[in-house]
Write a protein that binds this ligand. Structure first.
Ligand SMILES: O=C(O)C1=N[C@H](C(=O)O)C[C@H](O)C1
Length: 310
């Protein structure tokens, strides 16, 4: 089954759990995937930045996609798979392989990293992927990682390609360009937030959901935050958003996903906090601080169900 790319709600880009000697820990990944969906995530993202996709082998990537597919199939949930490369032809090959599996709803594709092909080159890249890849595409706009910014005009052109179903917006700012994009997006082109610490204001401004690494911990709370904004429960949304922003800042105190893995390990949810070079494991202080914020919820969930909107 391949659920329609109805990109609303929370998508969790899962970490890739390793053992202490850096082997893939498939059972732990399967547990994380099932837990995220049971906690209210609308879908999963496999092989995102958070998954350390850059340092997985081809076989490991296939295993990760298989495990996430199985969890999504069991929950009738959409699976988005990260396809990050600055080689357009290679990206097309990968997209076709994923499309053939029949289990992948869409691919999350960053603007070609490092090459900095310019906006016209980026547009040509996505047009080729849309025409030849065979999968719906979510454009990943993250200039601080790729080195390539996109104007609202270019994003709107991309959004009108029939295969492009959304953008993961992670420009680091909610500014005039973000407001212009939200104001001009169409029902077939979802704007999803990808900067965890500012997801709440982006949702307030009209984003349809988020792809949020922080939701590897406190998944249910991030799902609720999105739901609160969708229901215009502004007071509760603001309070929960403030609390989760503090958590996200702590989780991103060191390079992602090192702190998240440290917290998941401290919670006994993955066998090791290990990450592969060039990442280094997060410091004990960062993990302790984020783990404390992961454990406490000051904004009470039961208010949501009593209809107290402010
Ligand atoms: O893997 C992802 O998808 C995400 N990665 C971002 C990053 O590491 O820069 C953060 C975002 O929450 C999701």
């Amino acid at each position: 089954m391949n659920p329609e790319a109805n990109l609303t709600g929370l998508f969790v880009p899962l970490v890739t759990p390793f053992t202490d000697d850096l082997r893939l820990a498939p059972d732990a990944l399967a547990c994380l995937a099932g837990e995220a969906l049971a906690a209210g995530a609308r879908g999963l993202v496999a092989l995102g930045t958070t998954a350390e996709a850059a340092t997985l082998t081809t076989e490991e990537k296939q295993a990760v996609v298989r495990i996430c597919s199985a969890a999504c199939r069991a929950h009738g949930a959409p699976l988005i798979v990260g396809v990050g490369t600055n080689d357009t032809a290679a990206a097309i090959t990968t997209l076709r392989e994923l499309a053939q599996s029949g289990d992948v709803t869409a691919a999350l594709v960053p603007t070609p990293p490092y090459t900095r092909p310019g906006e016209a080159g980026t547009l040509a890249h996505f047009t080729a992927l849309a025409e030849h890849g065979g999968l719906p595409l979510v454009v990943y706009d993250i200039p601080y990682r790729t080195g390539q910014s996109l104007s609202t005009g270019t994003l709107n052109v991309l959004g009108h390609l029939p295969e492009v179903v959304g953008v993961k917006y992670a420009t680091g700012a909610i500014d005039a360009a973000a407001m212009e994009l939200l104001g001009s997006s169409t029902p077939d082109f979802a704007v999803l937030g990808g900067d965890d610490a500012v997801i709440s204001p982006l949702l307030a401004a009209g984003a349809r959901g988020g792809i949020l690494a922080s939701a590897n911990v406190r998944t249910a709370d991030f799902a609720e935050l999105i739901s609160l904004w969708q229901r215009d429960a502004t007071g509760q949304a603001r309070r929960l958003g403030t609390e989760l922003a503090r958590l996200s800042a702590a989780l991103f105190a060191e390079p992602n996903p090192t702190v998240i893995k440290g917290v998941l390990h401290a919670q006994g949810r993955i066998p090791s906090p290990a990450v592969r070079l060039p990442l280094l494991a997060a410091s004990a202080d960062s993990v302790r601080r984020a783990a404390d914020l992961s454990a406490t919820r000051t904004h009470q969930a039961h208010q949501t169900h009593q209809g107290t909107a402010a």
